[in-house]
Design a protein around this ligand. Sequence first.
Ligand SMILES: Nc1ncnc2c1ncn2[C@@H]1O[C@H](COP(=O)(O)OP(=O)(O)OP(=O)(O)O)[C@@H](O)[C@H]1O
Ligand SMILES: [Mg+2]
Length: 332
Amino acid sequence: MAVTLVEGKRVVVCCGPGGVGKTSVSAAVALGLAATGARVVLVALDPTGRLAGTLGLEQLSNEPSRVSPERLASVETTVEGQLWAMTVERKQTFDDLVDGVIADPGRAHEIKSNRIYRELSCAIAGSQEFAAVARLFELERSGRFDVIVLDTPPSRSALDLLRAPGRLRAFLDSRALHAFKGRAGILGRGAARLLGVFGRLSGVELIADASTFFQLLGEITDEMGTRAVAADALLRASTTGFLLITVAEPAPVEETVWLARTLKDSALRTAGVVVNRMPGRSNLGELRRRFRPHDPILTVPDLRREVERIDDLWELHRHLFDLRGQPVLGRP
Ligand SMILES: Nc1ncnc2c1ncn2[C@@H]1O[C@H](COP(=O)(O)OP(=O)(O)OP(=O)(O)O)[C@@H](O)[C@H]1O
Ligand SMILES: [Mg+2]
């Protein structure tokens, strides 16, 4: 019987401990879904050069690049759907957000070249994760793709990702921020301390930049807040599933069990657990006991070579999707 783990999902988030094969498995999942006829985009948050190479792309950028159908075809399978791949560049994503909110291009340019904006859009805790979730939301809303497969950095960053919308909302609502916005021109002691990081600017430049920056915040906080709410809703939607990737070793299994529990406590849906690089005749009994009975477990063997060619992804795919055409992971 086919276990249709990602059936009906529009967003599949692959997460798990470091180095267990998240990137390899998410690429194989994306490939498999494309083979079922879907338009799929693989979003790799910390892409390795290896992934771009595997897909025959020079590099992954902030916009989706299409993997050529010739590249995707294996000896026995042609791919009916489409596979696209991209990454999320924080700076570019924030700039796009400004462009989307500020109608006047001259004003948008002024904001984007503002030094405080430039530094803060990269420095605020969680801004990388927020950029990723914001992008995910835009991609979903664009309707260009049937499924988005998200490859995340190791566990804890994946959790930061889930918390990013809430943290951003808390930041936007924070009293400190309102205090700053209220007195753009006259910087209080707190603001001066915050802006101490920009010590290399002269006082005059700093005040000019700060006042533009806080005006900007006033213009975009409502939109950012709306997006944070929408992004949070997207992660919680029934059409979003989390695929936990691990290997069958004690430490990563512990971490994955913890991750599964954390997802559950946050009311997020685990679609299934992939145990990668499974040694030959291992006993799954103990592993099954560690996860909740209704978290399905799939195993993928160790290929005993690097996952670096499209054929290697097809090999992983064979263990994730049923050979008789019945996808184990399901059809979107
Ligand atoms: N089933 C497999 N058989 C053999 N090698 C594998 C398998 N899966 C992954 N690998 C290898 O394991 C290494 C790590 O894989 P990958 O980059 O996919 O892991 P990751 O979880 O994304 O790592 P990171 O946490 O650093 O992002 C790579 O060298 C990859 O080729
Ligand atoms: Mg990776």
